[in-house]
Design a protein around this ligand. Structure first.
Ligand code: TEU
Ligand code: CA
Length: 541
C-alpha cells in the first residue's frame, strides 16, 4: 500500500498573506475558510499553514509566545476548529507548523527564566560569558549579528540562532521535550492531520560550544548529536508516526535525510532541504547575487533524488515557500516566456520522486514584489541585511537590488485573487504592497484561461494521483550535455517516463529521443527541438 503522502500534493499557505476576511489588511483563518473550495479545486490533499499562534510577530509568527492559543490578528480558537473541520469535510488535512527550536522571548517560560528561576533557565541555553564581557563563543545568528545576548540581571548570555527575541530551547531537558509533546497532543486531538517542524535539525546543541570557521550558529548546531533520538522520542510518544510529518532541515546532508525520512527510522515522513536554492548564492552568501549555476542545480537534484531514493528516504520537492523569492522571477522569465517558464518549473518539480509542495500563488506564476524602497519591506531578515550591506559599503540602490532579488517579502506579497482593489485579498488594504501585475496575474483571470498556469498546475496534481510511476517510480537523471536542459527518467514495472525541461530562453537541441505518449507539455505541439523554456514528459508502456 502506497503511503498517501507519496501520491499527494501539499499546498502551503502563509496565513498573513492569503485572504483577509475582516478588512484589517491582514490575512486570517476565516479568509482561508472562504477559499477552501478554491484550494480543493487544485486537487491537493493537505494544507500546510504557517504559524498563527500567539506571537509578538517579530518573525511573523515564527516567534511563538503561546503554542495553544490563536493570535487574535488571525482569528479565534473557534475559527481554527471550524477550519480544521471544514477542511476535513472536503478531504483536506491540515498540517500545522511547529516552531520547536525556539520560543518568543515573550513566552511565559522565558519570562520566568529571566526572573532567575533555575527551572526555567534550564528550558533555554544560558551560559557564562568569557572575560571582558564577551559571549561564550563568537557564533553569528541567521538574521545577522551575534547569536548570544547578555542578560545583566543574570550575568548570563542566552543562545538565539535567529532573532534575539527568539531564544533557543534546551532539548536536552526532558521537561522541555514533554512540554512540546503536549503541544503536539493538543493539536492532534483537535483533528490536525500533520505537522511541519521548523528548523528541526537545529534542536540538539553541541555538548560544548567552540568557535567554528563559518561562525554561523546554525552550522554549529545542525544535525546535532541527539537530533535523531529526540525526533524518534517525539514521534513515538505523541503517536504521530502515521501522520504526514516534514522537517525543515537547514543545511543538512543526504545521509541525515535518509535517516530522518526512512520508514525504518520511525522519525519523519519527509524533509525539506535547500541546496538547490543556493545555486545563485555567490560564495554561498544569500545576499550576494550571481546567476544560477545550472551545473550545480543539476548535480544537486541528481544526488538528492537518486541517493535519497537509494537510501529509502523521502524528499519534499519544491521551489517556493515563505522564505524564498518567487521561482518564476528567479529561475524562469517574467517577460515573453512567463507562462512557459512557470509551467516548465512546475513540471520539473511535480514529476520528481518525492512529495510536491505548491506555495500560495506559485500556481498562478506570481512574481517577486519589485519593491523600490526599504520602507516597503517588513521582514526582520531583509531589514537587517539591508543595513549590513550598507555597512559593508553597498549603496542604497545596490542593497535594494539585492533585496529585490533575495528578500523573503518577495514571497509574502498578498495572494492575487482578482484585478479589483487590493487584488481581492482584502476590502481595505494590505500589510505588504501588491505588485502591479496583479491586474493580469490573478485567480479569476487564470480561471477564464484554459491555457493558464493555474489550469496547468491542476493537471500536474492530477497526474501524480493517476500515475503510480510518478508517485513511486525509480528516478535517474539523464546527462543532457547542456547545462540549461535538465532531464530525468522515472521507471516502474517496465514503464518509462522521460521528463525534459529547458531552463533556456532560446531554442535548444533535444537531448534524448522522446519515445511514447506525451503525458504533459507546455507547448501545444511537438517539435524537433526544445523551444524556449519547453517542458515535455513522455511515457512509454
Ligand atoms: O527558516 C529557517 C531558515 O533558515 C530561514 O532563515 C530560511 O531558510 C532563510 O531565510 C532562507 O534564506 C525557518 C522559517 O521557515 C523561517 O520563516 C523562520 O524565520 C526561521 O525558521 C526561524 O523560525
Ligand atoms: Ca484580517
Amino acid at each position: 500500500m502506497l503511503d498517501k503522502y507519496k501520491s499527494s500534493v501539499v499546498y502551503q499557505i502563509y496565513v498573513k498573506s492569503f485572504c483577509d476576511s475582516n478588512g484589517d489588511g491582514i490575512g486570517d483563518l476565516n479568509g482561508i475558510r472562504s477559499k477552501l473550495q478554491y484550494i480543493k479545486s487544485l486537487g491537493v490533499k493537505y494544507i500546510w499553514l504557517t504559524p498563527f499562534f500567539c506571537s509578538p510577530m517579530i518573525d511573523n509568527g515564527y516567534d511563538v509566545s503561546d503554542y495553544r492559543n490563536i493570535n487574535p490578528m488571525f482569528g479565534t480558537m473557534a475559527d481554527c476548529e471550524a477550519l480544521i473541520r471544514e477542511a476535513d469535510d472536503i478531504g483536506i488535512g491540515l498540517m500545522f507548523d511547529m516552531v520547536f527550536n525556539h520560543t518568543s522571548d515573550e513566552h511565559e517560560w522565558f519570562k520566568k527564566a529571566l526572573t532567575g528561576d533555575p527551572e526555567y533557565m534550564d528550558y533555554y541555553i544560558f551560559r557564562d560569558g568569557r572575560e571582558e564581557g564577551k559571549p561564550p563563543v563568537d557564533w553569528t545568528a541567521s538574521f545577522g549579528g551575534p547569536a548570544w545576548d547578555y542578560v545583566p540581571s543574570l550575568n548570563k548570555w542566552y543562545l538565539h540562532q535567529f532573532d534575539p527575541k527568539q531564544p533557543d530551547l534546551n532539548w536536552e531537558n526532558p521537561k522541555v521535550r514533554e512540554e512540546l509533546k503536549n503541544v503536539i497532543r493538543f493539536w492532534k486531538n483537535k483533528g490536525v492531520k500533520g505537522f511541519r517542524f521548523d528548523v528541526l535539525n537545529l534542536i540538539s546543541k553541541p555538548e560544548s560550544f567552540t568557535n567554528q570557521p563559518s561562525g554561523s550558529a546554525t552550522r554549529c548546531c545542525k544535525d546535532g548529536r541527539h537530533v535523531h533520538e529526540f525526533i524518534k522520542e517525539l514521534v513515538a510518544d505523541t503517536g504521530i508516526a502515521d501522520m504526514i510529518t516534514v522537517g525543515e532541515m537547514a543545511s543538512t546532508t543526504i545521509d541525515n535525510v535518509i535517516r530522518y525520512s526512512s520508514p525504518a527510522s520511525n522519525e519523519l515522513s519527509m524533509c525539506f532541504s535547500f541546496h538547490h536554492l543556493k545555486v545563485d548564492y555567490l560564495n554561498g552568501d544569500k545576499f550576494a547575487l550571481m546567476p544560477p549555476d545550472m551545473n550545480m542545480l543539476h548535480d544537486v537534484f541528481r544526488d538528492w533524488q537518486e541517493k535519497v531514493a537509494d537510501g529509502g528516504g523521502w524528499n519534499a520537492v519544491f521551489w517556493c515557500n515563505h522564505d524564498q523569492p518567487r521561482i518564476v522571477s528567479r529561475f524562469g522569465d517574467e517577460g515573453q516566456y512567463w507562462k512557459q517558464s512557470a509551467k516548465m518549473l512546475g513540471t520539473f518539480v511535480h514529476l520528481l520522486r518525492g512529495t510536491p509542495y505548491i506555495y500560495q500563488g506559485e500556481e498562478l506564476g506570481m512574481t517577486n514584489g519589485h519593491y523600490t524602497g526599504i520602507k516597503q519591506y517588513d521582514d526582520v531578515e531583509a531589514i537587517n541585511y539591508y543595513n549590513i550591506l550598507l555597512k559593508r559599503g553597498s549603496t542604497e540602490s545596490e542593497a535594494l537590488n539585492v533585496l529585490a532579488n533575495r528578500a523573503r517579502d518577495n514571497s509574502r506579497t498578498p495572494m492575487q485573487w482578482n484585478d479589483g482593489k487590493f487584488a481581492g485579498f482584502s476590502s481595505s488594504g494590505a500589510w505588504l504592497d501588491i505588485p502591479e501585475n496583479y491586474k493580469s496575474i490573478n485567480v479569476e483571470a487564470e480561471e477564464r484561461d484554459n491555457d493558464s498556469i493555474l489550469n496547468y498546475y491542476r493537471k500536474l496534481v492530477i497526474l501524480r494521483g493517476q500515475f503510480r510511476i510518478i508517485a513511486d517510480g525509480a528516478v535517474k537523471f539523464i546527462d543532457t550535455g547542456n547545462a540549461k536542459v535538465l532531464a530525468y527518467e522515472r521507471t516502474l514495472d517496465g514503464e518509462r517516463l522521460v521528463v525534459v525541461c529547458s531552463f533556456s530562453g532560446k531554442e535548444e537541441n533535444l537531448p534524448v529521443m522522446l519515445e511514447g505518449d506525451v503525458l504533459i507539455g507546455n507547448y501545444p505541439d511537438r517539435a524537433e527541438v526544445l523551444r524556449p523554456y519547453e517542458a515535455v514528459a513522455v511515457i512509454k508502456y
